[in-house]
Design a protein around this ligand. Structure first.
Ligand SMILES: [Zn+2]
Length: 155
């Protein structure tokens, strides 16, 4: 059943505009349709977030390759024994892994703020969806620990 989105008045099958208030008439999506639509949209955004390889991530990876060698030979050159040098290497590797993880997070946060937020706005407008309905469908369709949902929760 078609109804005016603004005043709620019923509309005929061929009506483009509401006969009462003149607003455009759109068919309201069912809950199932909304959920399916939101799920497809968010899955593609989540995929984009997971596939991010920004310059910060590459820099952190490069550090992971180079710095352990530097730590080993550096500490040997300073007169450290192999045990101390090896400890330095392990420490540096742990720090680099934390750095890579942090860099990925930063890239994802940036992408979410710069791109995904805008796309959500467009998506809501295109599908004439209210934010509350969108969020409800999102929570039903997406795992809560997905990258896009973690950030959506902070909106
Ligand atoms: Zn109306």
């Amino acid at each position: 059943m078609r109804a005016c989105q603004k005043c709620g008045a019923p509309a005929g099958p061929g009506d483009e505009l509401c006969r009462f208030c003149g607003s455009p008439v759109y068919r309201q999506l069912t809950d199932e349709e909304t959920e399916a639509l939101v799920k497809v949209f968010l899955e593609s955004q989540d995929k984009a977030l997971k596939g991010l390889n920004g310059p910060r991530v590459w820099a952190a990876f490069a550090a992971l390759v180079v710095l352990p060698f530097a730590a080993y030979f550096g500490s040997r050159a300073l007169g450290a024994g192999w045990l101390v040098a090896t400890s330095a290497v392990l420490f540096v590797i742990a720090a680099c892994f934390a750095g890579v993880g942090g860099a990925v997070q930063v890239e994802q946060d940036l992408h979410f703020d710069r791109t995904v937020k805008g796309k959500i706005g467009e998506f809501l407008q295109e599908n004439r969806l209210e934010k509350a309905r969108f969020l409800l469908a999102a929570h039903k369709g997406m795992p809560p620990d997905s990258e896009v949902m973690k950030r959506l929760a902070k909106l």
